[in-house]
Design a protein around this ligand. Structure first.
Ligand SMILES: [Zn+2]
Length: 70
């Protein structure tokens, strides 16, 4: 665990401060709509772990919901 290899198979979450295994790949445009801040803001896509993907979904859902609520 403490010795990361230069392998492309195992990706870690791109959210700043998160070291979990990435499960989803999201385009940066989508991520910028959420409250997540990334380690590499210049990337074209971001890899998210399960937890941050949940956060992302929540954030984007709320964003879309605003039109209906207000
Ligand atoms: Zn994460």
């Amino acid at each position: 665990m403490a010795t990361p290899k230069h392998s492309t198979s195992a990706k870690t979450c791109d959210v700043a401060g998160c070291e979990k295994e990435a499960e989803r790949s999201i385009s940066l445009k989508q991520v910028s709509k959420s409250s997540l801040s990334l380690k590499n803001p210049d990337a074209k896509s971001a890899h998210l772990c399960k937890d941050h993907y949940k956060t992302f979904k929540k954030d984007t859902k709320n964003d879309r919901g605003l039109d209906k609520v207000y």
